[in-house]
Design a protein. Sequence first.
Length: 105
Amino acid sequence: MISLTRLSGAELVLNSDLIERVDKTPDTVITLTTGAKYVVVESLPAVVASVRLHRAEIIALSEVVRVSPEELQHEPFVGRPEGARERPLATVTAHPSVVPGRGEG
């Protein structure tokens, strides 16, 4: 979620995953995938920077939050019958265009 300011001065917290586009008309207008539109005080580059920072924060936190197979075995799965297990989390592999040690290829 990113924090923005409406033209009235009221704070707005927006799910950045739902942003379809951001227009400068000259006000900054954010259109969501739901069709909802929000006019905000922040500039177009500031909105883009907020989204990038939010996504970078998610990636950084994903490095800190780890779930080991042992934890999966001991924690009950919500909504599953007693003793039912789910497969372990999938591993993440590099995209074929990325060469290890060199970044994007």
